[in-house]
Design a binder for this molecule. Sequence first.
Ligand code: NFS
Length: 670
Amino acid sequence: MAKEKKTPQQFSADPAAQQMLIRAESLGIGTAFTRAEAMPACNIGSAGMCCKMCGMGPCRLTKDGSTGVCGATIDTIQARNFVRMVAAGSAAHSDHGRDMAFLLKAVANGEAEGYSIRDVAKLRVTAAKYGIPIEKRSPEEIADVLADLFIAQFGQQRGELAPIKRAPAKRQKLWHERGVVPRGIDREVVEGLHRTHIGDDQHPEHLLQHAVRIALADGWGGSMIATDIADILFGTPAPVVGQTNLGVLKADMVNVIVHGHEPVLSEMIVAASQTPEIIAYAKAAGANGVNLAGICCTANEILMRQGVPAAGNFLHQELAILTGAVEAMVVDVQCIMQALVGLAENFHTKVITTSTKVKIKGATHMEFDEHHAMTIAKDILKVAIDNFKNRGAIEIPQVIEDLVPGFSHEYINYMLGGSYRASFRPLNDAIMSGRIRGVAAIVGCNNPRSQQDYLHTHVTRELLKQDVLVVETGCSAIASAKLGLLLGEAGLDQVGAGLREICETVGIPPVLHMGACVDNTRILTVLTQMVEEGGLGDDIDQIPAVGLAPEWMSEKAVAIATYCVASGAYVIFGGSSPFEGMPDRVTGSDAILHYLSAGWEQLYGGKLEFVEDPDEMVRLTLEHIDKKRAALGLPEWKADKFGRSGDKRMNELEALPLDMKMAAVYGSVN
Ligand code: NFS
C-alpha cells in the first residue's frame, strides 16, 4: 500500500509554513519537507554503521560481530563518525570566531570601514579577564591586544586555551585530571581528522575523549570568542521588542533577507539600508524603502541587537522565497540549503552568496570584504532594489508575532539585581526555594524529519507548566517566538505559579532568548556565575539544569552537546540518533550510546541521550532536575507551594465581591 502523503499540518506546526506549503504544492515546487518525505533515512548510515573513510569501503556493518575490511569494529566506526561530527561542528563555529577576531584586529587598527567598538565596557571587562592591562589605554589599544590574544588561540600548539579559565575552578581541575584541556582550537580539530583517518586511533573511548577536547575548544574557545567580539563590536544585547514570522515581509517594500550566521555583513547591511542614499534609491524604484529580515542565526544576531525582524528559522528559508516577495536572499555561511537557487528560479528572487568560503552554482556572488563593508553592503542592496520591478504574484502569510529577545548573561545579571547590585543571587534563591524548579536550555535546529517547531514548543510549554525557567538560542528560540512565548505577559497564564511570580516580579518572559547558536556559551557563563554565586553546589553538574535540542540536525549541534556534557550538563537530543544500536535489532553494538550516557556521566557528571518522544524528554528533564535538587538538599518542588502573590493574586482578588476582597486582604472584619 502506498504511504499516505503528509499534510501541511503534519509538516509544520506553524500556520505561516502551512500556508506556504500549500502554495508550494499548487505551484508544483518541492521543499525540504517534501524531499525528506521522499527520501527515507538510510537505516545503515543513520545507525552509524557505515564507514567510508577509505577506498576499501564503504563498509556496512549490518551483521552482528561483522567488521570493516580493515577490521574496524562497530564501536570504533561509531566513535570515529562521532568525532568527525564534533570536529566539523566545532570548525564551523570556531572559524566564525576566527573571522570575528580578524575583524576586531582590523577595527582596532582603523582598517575596517564603517565598524567601531560599540561596547567599550564589555571590551574592558573581557580584556581584564585575560589579564590585559586596561588602565590609561584607549579602546583601540586594548582591542588590538585582545584581538592578538584571540587570534593566537586558533593556532596555538601547546599549553592551554586561555578562555578555559572562565569555567568554575572545580571543572577546570576535572578537565586537567581527565586530560581534555584543549591546547589550540585548530590543533584539536586537525588532530580529530588525523585520528579518524584509516589506521589511526581505534580505541572507541580514546577517540571519544578527543571529541571532548575538540568540543571544549569550541564551547570554551571559538564560540566564546565569537560571542564576546560580537558584543564588543555590535553591542551587548539587552531586551528589545522585535517581530517574527513571514508576516514581517512587506508588500510595498524591497524585501531583503539576510541568512546564515555571521553578524559582520548583516550588521553593515542594516546600517546601509538606513542611509538616505539607499532609501532614495528604493523610492526611485517605486518601493517604499528597504525591509530587512533575517533567517537562522543571522536573524538572531540582528534581532537581539537591532530589533530587525526574524522571518523565521531554518525550515523557513525556502518558505520565504515561496512568498514571491523577496528581492534578494543574502547568505554568508552555514545552514544554507543548496535548494534555494533552484527554488528561486521559480520567482524573481536573487540568491547572493557573499563569503569567500561559500559559493553555490547558479547564485550571484558578491564577495564581502570587511575593509570595504559599507560600499559592498550598499552594492548588494542596490542589486535587490533593481530587482523589485521583476516581482510577480506574491502571497505573504499574515502571520506575525511580537517577541522580546536580547537576554545576554550581562543583562540577566543586571535585571535580577538591578544596576547597583547586579547579581545572580535572586535566581539562585528562586531555585533554592523551589519557586523555580530548575532551568532548561532548549536549543538547536529544525529538522524536516519531524513536524517543524512542534518538538521545541511542546517541550517548552510542558516544562514551563512545571516551574522550569527556559532559556533558548538558535532556531529553537525562533520557534518559541512564533508561538508568543517570548513576550512578557503573553503565556504567563500557562506557566507554573512559582515561575510566574518570578517573571512578574522581575518583569521577564518565561522563556529567555539568549541569542544565536554560538551564544550557547552565554549559557555556560550563566551556569558558571550561578555556581560562583553559591548555594547550588560548586560545579555546573550540581545545578538542577538540563540542555535539550529536540529537533537537532547539524554537526554544530553535536559539538554543542559534547561541550555541554563535558561541562557537566545532562543533554537530551530529540529526533533521530546517529547511533541506533538498540539491543534487539541487528544494528551492531549499543556500547557507544551507553558510553555517551553512563560513561560520560561517570567522567564529567553530564551525559548525552537520544530520546524521540517529547513527553519522555519532559519526564527525563524533570526527573534529572529533581534528582539534582535532592542531592543539593533543596526542598522538594511542590506545584501549589507558591503563586499566592504578584499579579495573579491581584487578579484573583479583583474578581471577588468587595466584602470578600476586604476579608482576603485585611482578614475577617467581623
Ligand atoms: Ni544552530 Fe544557527 Fe538553526 Fe541549527 Fe542552523 S541556524 S547555528 S545549526 S539550523 S539552530
